[in-house]
Design a protein around this ligand. Structure first.
Ligand code: PGA
Length: 259
């Protein structure tokens, strides 16, 4: 029997919004999306918001009854210790945070995250039962040099090599760096090609059942207009959405399209 992968739409708020924005945002969002409670979503669509650290506690209080997951935008792989400015998984779990973005290209670009730190953070999440949404993607220069498959393969294999015998409950987000925040979306065909590559790498490393159940999200200027075509692709199981996820009515249009 074919595996059914429940679609996921994940908002990435990056370094935006205040606690005072949360209630107005979610009430406008739920209303525009035509959602009353989690029952409207169950088994049809997973919704998640990756919010700044200062918003996590309140966001969990608001989102939990709505059936929406809250994710951190970064984690440290150690449970505690002398790591000034970092946040650990036990700290996140204490707040009810059940997912985390790992290795977003802005973290790789501005905060020197490497394949090694991304792998450590991913395995720490898997060990602790926090869902990692691990981001991979090539730069414009790499794409123009024809290195997309090579870069994606390197990034994905370094994650998979670290997973070992840990639970395989992860999500991979393909985010071409040149498409993030630029309005330049990868075409559905370009995205599908990379998603299929990622699934084949997972099949080879972790086995076909894991690959068949793995959700691979597309990210990079996803919007209410292009989402339908993206979601029609065989290997695109949802989207990681930056700019549009800050606007409740616009993000709600994407939800309606996905439902
Ligand atoms: P964007 O951002 O949708 O604004 O391009 C996507 C992301 O960075 O996750």
């Amino acid at each position: 029997m074919a595996v059914v992968r429940v679609k996921m739409l994940a908002g990435n708020w990056k370094m935006n919004k205040l606690n005072s924005d949360l209630e107005p945002f979610f009430s406008a969002f739920m209303q525009s999306a035509g959602l009353v409670s989690s029952a409207d979503l169950a088994g049809r669509l997973d919704l998640l918001f990756a919010v700044p650290a200062t918003l996590l506690a309140r966001a969990v209080e608001i989102c939990r009854p709505l059936g929406i997951r809250v994710a951190a935008q970064n984690v440290h792989w150690e449970a505690s210790g002398a790591y000034t400015g970092e946040t650990s998984l036990p700290m996140l779990r204490e707040l009810g945070v059940s997912a985390a973005l790992i290795g977003h290209s802005e973290r790789r670009q501005y905060f020197a995250e490497s394949d090694t730190s991304v792998a450590s953070k991913t395995t720490a999440c898997l060990r602790d039962g926090v869902l990692p949404l691990v981001c991979v993607g090539e730069t414009l220069d790499e794409r123009q040099k024809g290195m997309t498959a090579e870069v994606i393969t390197r990034q994905v294999l370094s994650i998979l090599a670290a997973v070992g015998t840990l639970p395989k409950d992860l999500v991979i987000a393909y985010e071409p760096v040149w498409a993030i925040g630029t309005g330049m979306t990868a075409t559905a065909a370009q995205a599908q090609e990379v998603h299929a590559l990622i699934r084949s790498l997972v099949a080879a490393q972790l086995g076909i059942p894991v690959a068949a159940g793995l959700r691979i999200l597309y990210g990079g200027s996803a919007n209410p207009i292009n989402i339908a075509e993206l979601l029609q692709q065989n290997d695109i199981d949802g989207a990681l959405v930056g700019g549009v996820s800050l606007k409740p009515e616009e993000f709600a249009k994407m939800v309606r399209s996905a439902l």
